[in-house]
Ligand binder design. Structure first.
Ligand code: FAD
Length: 286
């Protein structure tokens, strides 16, 4: 099923995300985690694309497993820095032959080495290439706190308008930990006339080192309320895990109460975290 059609349904969509293993010998254990997540009946499961594109075959294999092995709609990520035109066409053919109808078109982070594919400069170029060479539903990324490379949030939103005009069917947000930042961002999108549906990305932080990694990678603003949680529970793995899941659920409940319909959970190959969230929201997301 195309994600654009899932988003049109009159119900809350709750989707999950996995990443492919770094080594081929771990592919089956990743597939087992995906199978467990699929039992939760998510609206779709997305699978990320390794930064340099060297593990693109793993992404495709997991996408096929989601779609055909588990019978859940798959969203396969693809990046400009890891894909030239020829490779994109090959991946699209394989995905299409296996019934995968959705691709998230991304730029990827530019490696300092300068060693990366340069056929597509921005994600919008990859998105319009995919749109014009196949029958795919294509998504793009957006950043409630602004993309780190953008000179300003206004310029970043101008770029999102260009991405919309390139034909993307939906946006998925980068994680954020303060819903007010997201509501302000949505407001700016509407002011700019962006009408593409937005899927709201939420990351459950289940250990203190994960938080440090996120701050250094994405630069997300961490509210003092959440810092207090990490301060109190960070050294006790079971308590931190529970508190992180509850914080994510609290964010989701507030989002849904304020009209959000589509929530994507960055579940990081942890079926037990996905399960705890789905269970906590069982009366809210049916
Ligand atoms: P773009 O949309 O190309 O934007 C990059 C920068 O260029 C921004 O600053 C933007 O403002 C600017 N820009 C964009 N278009 C234009 C234009 N037409 N003119 C001028 N400026 C422009 N990375 C991976 O390697 N693999 C993944 O699987 C992956 N999945 C992700 C999923 C989500 C939901 C998100 C939010 C991010 C993901 N990333 C992934 C990270 C992403 O690749 C990086 O954040 C990357 O730096 C930017 O990607 P983008 O698609 O947003 O790029």
């Amino acid at each position: 099923m195309k994600i654009a059609d899932i988003l049109k349904q009159d119900k809350i969509s709750l989707s999950l995300e996995v990443f492919p293993p770094k080594k081929w010998e771990n592919i089956e254990s990743t597939e087992r985690a995906v199978t467990e997540m699929a039992r939760l009946s998510p609206s779709f499961i997305s699978v990320t694309y390794g930064a340099g594109g060297g593990t693109s075959a793993y992404t495709t294999r997991i996408a096929k497993h989601i779609q055909n092995g588990c019978g859940v709609t798959a969203l396969s990520h693809m990046t400009c820095v890891g894909t030239d035109r020829e490779k994109a066409l090959g991946l699209m053919e394989e995905l299409s032959e296996n019934g995968v109808e959705n691709i998230l078109a991304l730029r990827g982070d530019i490696p300092e080495s300068g060693d990366y594919k340069k056929d597509f400069r921005y994600a919008c170029e990859l998105a319009s290439f995919i749109k014009s060479h196949g029958d795919f539903c294509v998504g793009g990324a957006c950043y409630p706190e602004g993309h780190p490379d953008a000179p300003s949030i206004a310029k970043d939103i101008d770029a999102l308008k260009i991405k919309e005009e390139s034909g993307v069917d939906f946006f998925t947000t980068q994680m954020f930990f303060d819903n007010n930042i997201y509501y302000c961002f949505l407001n700016k999108l509407y002011q700019k006339g962006v009408k593409t549906p937005v899927i709201t990305g939420i990351m459950p932080i289940t250990n203190a080192s994960q938080l440090k990694r996120i701050i250094s990678l994405s630069g997300s603003i961490i509210p003092t309320r959440f810092l207090a949680i990490v301060e109190k529970f960070g050294d006790d793995p079971a308590s931190m895990r529970q508190a992180g899941i509850l914080y994510a659920c609290d964010q989701i409940v507030d989002l849904i109460a304020n009209g959000v319909h589509n929530v994507h959970i960055y579940t990081m190959n942890k079926p037990e975290v996905a399960e705890a969230i789905v269970r906590n929201l069982s009366e809210i997301v049916k």
